[in-house]
Design a protein around this ligand. Sequence first.
Ligand SMILES: [Ca+2]
Ligand SMILES: [Ca+2]
Ligand SMILES: [Ca+2]
Length: 562
Amino acid sequence: MWIERNKINNYSILRVGSALILAAALVISTIAYSFGTSADGNRNSPPYPPSNPFPTNGSVNVSIMAQLSWTGGDPDNDTVTYNVFFGTNQTPGQVATNISTTTYNPGTMNFSTNYYWKIIAWDNHSQSTAGPLWQFTTRANHPPYEPNTPDPANGSTNVSVIAQLHWIGGDPDNDTVTYNVFFGTNQTPPQVATNISTTTYNPGKMNFTTIYYWRIIAWDNHNASTSGPLWEFITGANHPPNVPNTPYPADGSTNISVNTDLSWIGGDPDNDTVKYDIFFGTEPTPPKIISNLSSTTYHFFVPLAYDTLHYWRIVAWDSQSASTSGPLWTFTTEKPTTITVTITKPLNNTFYFHDQPLFSLPQRTIIYGSITITANVTADAGVARVDFYIDGKYMWNDTTEPYTFVWNPFIQFNGLSLTHTIKVIAFDKDGKNATAEINVTKWRFHVLPALIIAAGVISSAIPHTTMKGFVFNLRETTRGYTFFAIRMHYHTISLIQNARGVIQMKRCAARVVIGPITIIRLGPLHTFAYLSITFVGGVHIETNPTGGILSRLLQPPDKSGC
Ligand SMILES: [Ca+2]
Ligand SMILES: [Ca+2]
Ligand SMILES: [Ca+2]
């Protein structure tokens, strides 16, 4: 036994000695390696060992999208590059060489997998330091939670036909989850929505009193899915329309415009189409004035009565022929506001001479010269504007008192008549208006008073002449017209006789112009004209010195003539 032990001891000694030698050699070689010299003659240190790994060594539940990172560097501040070893076994293969960053993206990893990795750092003096082997485990993927908490609740009844579906979903891993919706009236409902990201689905308006089935399948973004159970509910029966409410005019309101519209709020709990009957009148049980109105407003086409209590009621009908009557409402219309207008100048049966009333006439208003038409207006709502018309033609408006318009036409005929209609329309600030009119006979030019009294009728009682033809140098003066007749036909009418003739190349004057006048000016300077004119008196043709025509038909009272 001793020999044996001795043998053993000798053998052990020998082995210990060999080990010492080997260790010494390793130490020497390591020292030599560690204290190698750099190119510039200074001592170079190898890079620091890569450290501070992320994911941390031994970590679990690591995201499959995680990136690797670490801390490197070099005691000499050398540029350091890294070789990355990464894989699922304990001697991971090299996946990156000489990268200068301290991060590495391994791409999307697998769920529930052990990964191993190691970094070797190299400085630019070809010295390297290997980091330790690190390891981590990626997270597992769990399928989404089973869809739950349905709304409408499973088995519920009397569900609104406009209900929306709602549920609670989610994923244990907080993954993005989308849902497929199956919905219908049989127990294997068809898919009606795919990959929606909300937990709500609007099936549209459902049928009354019907069983509906539905199911939700939830998918996470790693293709794991969980089907919810089959749920069901029963819709309710039709509900009648909402009670009409919020009337305009408000119930009991007063001073409502006679031009008001009616409006209210209606609707239906089932979102049915609703139509309305309107009962309206001045009795407490107003009659129906309109049926099946789709709108919730109503426009009256004629104004309501002033200062009147009105009663109204709306009855709403849904598309299921259910109806709801609103309450009886009332309102009172405004009191009437008045506007009146009277023409205070010219007055009836008065003769005006240059804007002044001279004397009364039996049955006519005659105006000579300009006249200041004046209106008196009273309006509860205040006067907005007063418009003046002559023979239906708008002339002027006035907005301040006194309301006037100075009518001083150069010449104004009303067809064949010298009679004109003055009309005044006054507007109040509510848009109401009132109108006043007066007919007058208006003379612009000199005329005999007797003629004025008789005016208005052009007859042979007043000798007068109409001339038509081409003229030169037509002028209007305060005493009528002068012109040079190139060639004109004339026609004189009087109690004594009618006369016709032609006048050529004579200077003419027409003093008391009556009836319509036509002037068509010609030529570049409008010096020529076609003229048709009627004036009191006849044509006085001067004696031709050579003894031609010598004729005096009528001596015109104011020296009209040629
Ligand atoms: Ca170094
Ligand atoms: Ca998941
Ligand atoms: Ca309804």
